[in-house]
Design a protein around this ligand. Structure first.
Ligand code: SF4
Length: 282
């Protein structure tokens, strides 16, 4: 399936930009070779992902969205620093992270490289990789791709950023974000189900993340309500740590952090909807 989607005119992700990635870069700013910014043991994810020993995080360069506030913009938008790795080398990195004690392999922004990453996962598993694969995504993923990942991915750490199309267009350059992400999230939940833990660590399932933005409470309310009524019982992670970065510095609506009133409003909403999961503090 991936060969057909990427081919000479890439349609791997919902951008469907048609790039011949063997010759030039697509809207995700990458071609057909794997590029990573770094890999390491990371302790800052949700408790069932980081655990005590940390998550084996691999940061991929590029992104199929263009968020003007991206905190990883040097990697996602400016595509540096970068290191080219082969499929084999990526498999070796996964094995190295497992040997260093990582609870899982955490693929950060993998969507535009997924056709290559699955090959690395296969090689790594044949060489003894047993820890779960975490797919850490904006959820701007095609439903058909998510369904194909059933055998490769164990845990989804997946955003629901926007419900409002105008906002997603203005802040991330994609108007159909909700239409795409809602279908992808439903497919993730259908294939992996509720979060299952072993010794307090995620073994399989879905964690839905939502980053609260300043001056966007209506978007947050709609996002949390959609999660409640469409992914009933899913684990939710609501994040308040937004700070203006990249093109959001001095931006009229998102040029500041979330304030206390916004924080309290969202906390009340979480209680009212009886959502289960995590709140990353203001
Ligand atoms: S993965 Fe990249 S090249 Fe392929 S359709 Fe998406 S943006 Fe275009």
């Amino acid at each position: 399936m991936f060969e057909e989607l990427v081919g000479k005119s890439c349609r791997l992700c919902p951008r469907e930009c048609g790039a011949d990635r063997s010759i030039h870069r697509g809207l995700c700013k990458t071609g057909n070779t794997l590029k990573i910014a770094s890999f390491n043991i990371h302790h800052g994810e949700e408790p069932p992902i980081s655990g005590k020993r940390g998550s084996g995080t691999i940061f991929f360069v590029g992104c199929n969205m263009s968020c003007i506030y991206c905190q990883n913009y040097p990697i996602s938008q400016l595509v540096k620093p970068k290191r080219e790795v082969s499929i084999e080398e990526l498999a070796n990195i996964m094995i190295r992270l497992q040997k260093r004690g990582a609870h899982n392999i955490n693929l950060v922004t993998p969507s535009h490289f997924v056709h290559l990453i699955v090959e690395s996962i296969e090689i790594a598993r044949n060489r003894g990789l047993t820890i779960p694969i975490v797919y850490n995504t904006s959820s701007y993923d095609k439903e058909e791709v998510v369904l194909t990942l059933k055998e490769y991915v164990d845990v989804y750490l997946a955003d629901l950023k926007y419900v409002d199309g105008e906002l997603s267009k203005k802040l991330s350059g994609v108007e159909n974000y909700f239409e795409v992400a809602s279908r992808a999230l439903l497919a993730m939940y259908k294939t992996k189900g509720k979060l299952t833990l072993e010794g307090g660590i995620a073994r399989k399932g879905l964690i839905v993340r939502h980053l609260v933005l300043p001056n966007a409470l209506e978007n947050t309310r709609k996002a949390l309500e959609w999660i409640k009524y469409n992914l009933d019982g899913a684990t939710v992670s609501v994040m308040f740590q937004y700070f203006p970065a990249y093109k959001a510095l001095n931006h009229p609506s998102i040029g500041r952090k979330v304030n206390l009133d916004e924080y309290l409003y969202v906390c009340e909403l979480i209680d009212k909807l009886e959502l289960n999961g995590f709140i990353q503090q203001i």
